[in-house]
Design a protein around this ligand. Structure first.
Ligand code: XMP
Length: 525
């Protein structure tokens, strides 16, 4: 991430919450630049950064356990305004002489917050009248412990029915503690509360936007790279295309873009990507046809994690080989996004469960001798799309559905063979063609076909068939963290199924996936 002007930075200290990134996102939505740092960043370092505010995230621990993560207590005396959220509030209370206790009942979900109408921090349009001068808003709680006694200098400024201390404030020192989570969408007024904190209490200016992100990240890339070359692995998707455009803007011919055909691409994909780079982006693209090599390594492999690791490793070997050919290349640029990072086991400062090893995160070999440049590591997909618009990339790139690095390998369940690849490619192409014709492509976040590892009995003409099954998957959503299955019209689904069964040899059944994420994931592997 790139900081446009050092006097307008906000820091989030991460104590391992699933929501730390959401705090950062809400701050950025308010057009204020923000960075996430590990919880144990020293007060000295924080003071040297001179942030306008510090947010302490929530976290899974209790402040009482022996190895509970704690921040440097000196930050509370630094004069920097601080908002502690959930665990962050409890930590603040404890560090300043207050008391934290396990709540009588653990509290998860919606609660009603009550506060005085005069509270500047909680002055939000959506607040409803309560009794007398009081107002109320719905907020989202998720905690076991809570503050039972505020430290000296603090006042309680909001409560819920079950929680007498829901928000505490020391207005003189500008220290605030929230037991609820203003960063989640289930607290509808949360963004406004964060805005009040930033603009009314911390004197932030709403100056950060994608334009300033471009300016400052290009400057950072130039500084990091110096005279060296950067290899950018392009997939044709929006992330790597925007990455190439951004780095091209920063360092021009020092950038070498390569596009690897890993044998598990979709129908005509290689041709289309090469054309887009040449005609629309006007960036040189070096094509590496490595299909045979990848498929050899994947032969007989059915375990999804193993497929991902194999593809990740093979990509890196190819990048290294190509880097050596180019000479002077010291860096590998990747369009890694935050959801990739968090699902692969979290960023450096917070624990999170591994759900899938995303090929561009978990599959990196330890002896890789290229340094990584990942300017989007803290961005969500929709933010990258905003960036693409700012860089004036063509709509077909901006609106292209995401396609995973391990490609069709994770959409062919079971064995990957040329024959099965061909079947999936044809079925997928029909699905997408019909989706586009019906104007549904842009309404779905991601859509694709999956080849299942089962055969089923059918009848074609008077013949019995025993053929493959295709599953269609289309989801809606804002980012890859959550998704709902797309409610495609029955007629459209019927047409798709009909065409696939009639036109793709070897398929006699089509099913539609009606699972949301969570508990399912978007991809099947
Ligand atoms: P899941 O299946 O985890 O996918 O719900 C979330 C989003 O990430 C994409 N995806 C990947 N992208 N490398 C990538 O670049 C990967 O290894 C990978 N695995 C999943 C997936 O297509 C969806 O958009």
């Amino acid at each position: 991430m790139a900081n446009p002007s050092s006097d307008q930075i906000v820091i989030v200290l991460d104590f391992g919450s699933q929501y730390s990134q959401l705090i950062a996102r809400r701050i950025r939505e308010n057009k204020v630049y923000c960075e996430i740092l590990p919880y144990n960043t020293s007060a000295e370092k924080l003071v040297s950064i001179s942030p306008k505010a510090i947010f302490l995230s929530g976290g899974p621990a209790s402040v009482y356990v022996a190895d509970a993560p704690v921040c440097d207590p000196d930050i509370f005396h630094s004069g920097i305004p601080i908002m502690g959220i959930c665990y962050g509030m409890q930590l603040m209370a404890r560090a300043l002489g207050g008391e934290v206790k396990p709540s009588p009942a653990r509290e998860y979900g919606l609660a009603r917050l009550f506060f005085d109408a005069s509270e500047e921090l909680l002055d939000v349009e959506s607040a409803e009248e309560h009794e007398g001068p009081a107002k109320t808003i719905p907020v989202w709680m998720s905690h076991g412990d809570s503050v039972s006694e505020v430290p000296s200098g603090f006042r309680v400024i909001a409560r819920t029915d079950s929680l007498p201390i829901a928000v505490m404030a020391d207005k003189k020192r500008k220290l605030y503690g929230f037991q609820f989570h203003p960063e989640v969408v289930h607290t509808p007024a949360g963004k406004d509360i964060i805005a009040n904190f930033l603009f009314r209490i911390c004197d932030c200016q709403p100056t950060w936007n994608m334009k300033s992100f471009i300016e400052t990240s290009t400057a950072q890339i130039r500084e990091t790279v110096g005279d060296s070359g950067v290899l950018c692995a392009v997939s044709g998707g929006v992330d790597s295309s925007v990455l190439a455009a951004l780095i091209n803007r920063a360092i021009g011919s020092q950038l070498k873009c390569i596009f690897v055909d890993n044998g598990v691409l979709r129908k005509d994909e290689a041709k289309e990507v090469i054309k887009t780079f040449k005609d629309d982006l006007r960036i040189d693209l070096h094509f590496v046809d490595a299909g045979v090599r990848f498929l050899r390594h994947l032969a007989g492999v059915v375990d999804p994690e193993q497929k991902r690791k194999i593809i990740g490793n093979e990509f890196i070997h190819i990048f290294q080989e190509e880097a050596e050919k180019f000479g002077q290349v010291k860096f590998l640029a990747q369009g890694t996004l935050y959801p990739d990072v968090i699902e692969s086991g979290g960023i450096s400062h917070g624990p999170a469960a591994t759900i899938k090893s995303h090929h561009n995160v978990g599959g990196l070999p330890e002896n890789m001798n290229l340094d990584l440049i990942e300017p989007f590591r803290e961005l969500f997909k929709d933010e990258v799309r905003q960036l693409a618009r700012e860089l004036q990339l063509p709509d077909k790139v901006i609106n292209r559905h995401p396609f995973p690095g391990p490609g069709l390998a994770v959409r062919i369940l079971g064995d990957i063979t040329n024959e099965r690849l061909e079947i999936l490619r044809e079925a997928d192409a029909i699905f997408i063609e019909e989706l586009r014709k019906a104007d549904w492509y842009d309404k779905t976040w991601q859509s694709f076909a999956v080849l299942l590892p089962v055969r089923s009995v059918g009848v074609m003409g008077d013949e019995r068939t025993y053929d493959q099954v295709i599953a269609l998957r289309a989801v809606t959503g804002e980012d890859a963290m959550t998704a709902d299955w797309a409610h495609l019209p029955y007629d459209l689904l019927g047409k798709m199924s009909n065409r696939i069964i009639n036109e793709v040899r070897g398929v006699n059944r089509v099913v539609y996936d009606i699972s949301s994420k969570p508990p399912s994931t978007i991809e099947w592997e």
